[in-house]
Design a binder for this molecule. Structure first.
Ligand SMILES: Nc1ncnc2c1ncn2[C@@H]1O[C@H](COP(=O)(O)OP(=O)(O)OP(=O)(O)O)[C@@H](O)[C@H]1O
Ligand SMILES: [Mg+2]
Length: 347
């Protein structure tokens, strides 16, 4: 690939981890300077639409807005589901990252992460959104590759490394050797599906309808992938709307119940990893047996999920430092470090 095409400094200007749940922006020399939820609030008045809030300011409005204001998450399952809103969101974050007036003398070149399972149509949508948001040139890096680099794995060496990234929308499994993603698979299961599963459980077992934000909150507070002898003692409060009388109700739930609720999405993730291991070439499998699996993404912070994966695969499993930031850090390193440039794929 001809990297002479990169900007004046010989490198693109910003890296974006455009995630289903969170968007992070990395600027070389500065690091991650934006880390916000992928949410946009739009206000409608007199037939026109206006962006009212983006990121954290928009997330707090979810489920609480009057009729004329709507909150959107422009990504679903790791890919863009609403192109226009995604563009608005990227535009906002680029402006915020590069300052106003921009610290850049020209529009930025952008490295943006894509799920390895994204179709060519989905890749084109990501590229179009970044271009329409003001990018001059757009480069794609596959998320498992970025995650592996950000987690500090020796991606350039002739050893197989396995990374499992559990995001909000997707779980990606990648095997990397010599700067190449030699195997990648993903499933549309991650933190969002866990929240949905908690919502469905509360409805089924407690006749309670809860919002997505409440489901996520209880997952973070007491969620676990596996029960421990103390799980019945770990409890949290959750409120919602009673299906019977229709009024608000608050209940106490135990960690054991959340473990039950999460059984299906966790099993799905385990199955994805096991299938990937079955398909791995023997030489690379031997490396992975030696080095184990590294986990990244917000879902890897669910209590004991590393232990479940270790038990089911009989391999050592380690959660990376700052797992929510690995993909953005890795994409950033691709910008800064010439050696990693090989990992970029043209958009
Ligand atoms: N401590 C925690 N325990 C369980 N889940 C967590 C924790 N912290 C964050 N999460 C979950 O991680 C998810 C967000 O992770 P991340 O930011 O890696 O996703 P993303 O990159 O936006 O999504 P994707 O890569 O699928 O597009 C959310 O579903 C969030 O609820
Ligand atoms: Mg992600």
């Amino acid at each position: 690939m001809d990297f002479g095409r990169f900007g004046s400094a010989g490198a693109p200007d910003i890296a974006i981890d455009l995630g289903t749940a969170n968007t992070l922006v990395y600027v070389p020399g500065k690091g991650i300077i934006i880390d916000e939820p992928s949410v946009v609030a739009i206000e409608q008045s007199n037939g026109t639409q206006r962006v009212m809030a983006v990121g954290a300011d928009a997330k707090i409005l979810i489920g609480k807005t009057p009729e004329h204001i709507r909150t959107y998450r422009p990504l679903t399952d790791g890919v863009i589901s609403d192109l226009e809103i995604a563009e608005e969101m990227i535009k906002h974050f680029i402006r915020k990252a590069t300052g106003q007036p921009s610290i850049l003398s020209r529009s930025p070149e952008i490295v943006i992460c894509v799920p390895s399972g994204a179709t060519s149509v989905e890749r084109r949508a990501i590229r179009a959104a970044a271009l329409n948001a003001g990018g001059r040139e757009v480069w794609l890096v596959e998320e498992p590759m970025a995650a592996a680099i950000g987690a500090g794995l020796p991606v350039a060496e002739p050893f197989g490394s396995m990374v499992v990234d559990i995001g909000g929308g997707t779980t990606e499994v990648g095997i990397i050797t010599m700067n190449r993603l030699v195997f990648g698979t993903s499933a549309r299961v991650g933190g969002d599906r866990m929240d949905d599963a908690i919502g469905a459980y509360m409805r089924r077992k407690h006749n309670l309808v809860i919002g997505q934000a409440s489901a996520e909150r209880i997952k973070l507070e007491i969620g676990s992938a596996v029960a421990s002898p103390e799980s019945h003692l770990v409890v949290g409060q959750i409120s919602g709307q009673d299906l019977g009388h229709g009024g608000p109700r608050e209940i106490t739930v135990s960690q054991g119940e959340i473990v039950d609720a999460l059984r299906e999405p966790i099993a799905h993730i385990v199955e994805l990893v096991c299938t990937a291991l079955e398909k791995t070439k023997p030489e690379i499998a031997a490396d992975i047996i030696d080095r184990g699996i590294i986990m990244t993404g917000g879902g890897s912070l669910l209590r004991n999920i590393d232990q479940v994966l270790a038990d089911e695969t009989s391999l050592p499993v380690v959660v990376a430092d700052a797992p929510l930031r690995c993909v953005a850090l890795g994409a950033g390193r691709v910008l800064e470090d010439v050696e990693n440039r090989e990992t970029l794929c043209p958009a």
